[in-house]
Design a binder for this molecule. Sequence first.
Ligand code: GLN
Ligand code: ZN
Length: 753
Amino acid sequence: MKSSNLGYPRIGEDREWKKTLEGYWTGKVTESDFLLQMEQIRLQHLQKQKDLGIDLIPVGEFTFYDHMLDLAVMFGFVPKRYDYEGGAVPLSTYFAMARGSNRAVASEMTKWFNTNYHYIVPELGDRKPTLTENKPLQAYREAKEKLGIDGKPVIVGPFTFLKLSKGFGPKELPALILQIVPLYIQVLQELAAEGVQWVQLDEPILVTSITKDEMKTVTYIYKQLNEAVPQLRIMLQTYFDAVEHYEDFMNLPVAGVGLDFVHGLDENLEALKEHGFPTDKVLGAGIIDGRNIWRSDLSVKKQLVDTLINIVSEEQLWLQPSSSLLHVPVTVRHEDQLNPIVKEALAFADEKLAEIKCLAENAANGEEEPFAQSKKALTRLNQSIERNRKEIQEAAAAFLSQDIQRNSTFEQRREIQKAWNLPLLPTTTIGSFPQTLEVRQARRKWRKGEWTTEEYDQFIQKEIRKWINIQEDMGLDVFVHGEFERTDMVEFFGEKLGGFAFTKNGWVQSYGSRCVKPPVIYGDVEFLQQMTVKESVFAQSLTTKPVKGMITGPVTILNWSFVRDDLTRSQVAFQIAVALRNEVEALEAAGIKMIQVDEPALREGLPLKQSEWDDYLQWAVKAFRVTTSSIADMTQIHTHMCYCEFHDFIGAIDQLDADVISIETSRSHGELVSAFHQNAYHKGIGLGVYDIHSPRVPSCEEIIEVIEQGLKALETNQFWINPDCGLKTRGIDETVRSLANMVTATHIVRERL
Ligand code: GLN
Ligand code: ZN
């Protein structure tokens, strides 16, 4: 039995990758130093895996930004708008594609399957592909020459690459396949000539709902590769769920297949038992969770390995993480501030590799020390008070079995809520106002103890007052307090709720150099104190206009955290929902009668397989309703979602039963309006009328046009006016000018109605 890895986190134990990258961008690090430092980081990561005793070490998945971008560049898919005349793609062009330059906007970025990692979407329309370099080969040579590692080059496979790219229609796909397969062949041939044993081709798209016809295309592609390079062994790697079309998949002419036995465990195992496993292939068994941070109970994992050994022989088996370890932090080692019960139960990338090694070595006997240790650590956590709060578990369970509704229907509430006396096309914002350096410094001083809580609160009040005045002067209709007291929309709530832990160094890459540090939900989620009431009440005391209360919704808190895996996700979502319901009730009792519950991450929690959508949406929507349903009819619930694909999703949005939703639209305005229109959505809807991602101040005329477009499709009395999203990353001046134009534009349109 061999141990294998699919990919290692790039960012480094201390985020040195990020620092190097940003240093280079700002000009503090020269290009040659940049390349040198990156090489050191890369080699260090390989050395670590070697020291851990991993047999098949991935090479070539390391990147300066994103692995999909690397592949696009390797095939010469550089869109025309960038300076490029063929040959090796310069670093400046590479980063222009990733981040934009003065002359050309960046390529689109989107989520990598159901993860919080974002890749750069390759644009294939502009050029014929050519091979500009063989990056996997360079990586293989480097590992071999510098460290004596016989690495396993990793490349995103042709079908996944094409499916995730854009710039062509379905009719052009066959031609693109014919162009691109020869390039893969060339890469593989050069690898084979170099003496590479195994290459890992990632085809995660094969776990999504692909058609039988598409599977034929996949078969065609892999036949081509196999015929051209029969001597090279391909590990066809899937992850994030069970593979579709199991039998066709198993018949592909490759030397090994990788399956996820964590996220697709039941289905993959069942298929394996039913159809068996070819004797001439290797099974890469993803048994350790590459998406979550918990230590494994090694004896439970050993049982799984035993089950597998009954179907495939030991010589055919590789033990590996369920996916690349890109999605988990690097190591638990430096977490010296965590509750030891929690710390002992964690395993980040390095610890997961150690688990794999241990399982591969000790398959014969499960009595080894690490086995006992892992069980002990997990038992301790499972038996902790924090995981055994019966009242919380029962309250959440009770809601799960009930139908959750507000007192009255939306139509009835709409009549009652007319008493708000809002003008047509009410204007508002999404919640946050600029988090200036001053605001961030104030928080730092307070956290370090340089400021007392009183001083800090006073500072926050001063900011709130300033922005209530600004909103008053501009003539907005519904105000917000500005969220100055918040670092991040999930962390802020996690720090005030029970059952959350925060790591010191638990960073994961989100996109480019941007890393996030998700909170850890390890215990039952408990409402301990009011979280937002103080600031909202203060803001409301300064004005007669309504001030929206502002909280993050249960599904977003869930989806942006690392979540305990001894309960189902829906159980945890309901615990959060119950806690937030307390907050909503507290806000209402304190006189806050418009409450926004943000759910920007609702859609990204959708399962990869469409067949599982209903189940997810049912509990996700219900969790939102648990949070928002126990209030008076006059109290208006708002929600907000950032840009997402709304077309197949409007039913669920409607089910949330929020009185008003604000959404980001400027990236694809027309489509969105039509989606809501066609689906006869009647509740209040705020279409973002300008893009907040850029410092540019939109003119009145532009905004008027956007509003009038929207009015063609939606009813005048359901329409709200707001920016696309929160304004916390913007400067003060541009924010004030943009909002002022938004208000003026609204006044002009109102006159015309
Ligand atoms: N209320 C939040 C804000 O304005 C919403 C942010 C988001 O949707 N990502 O910052
Ligand atoms: Zn948003």
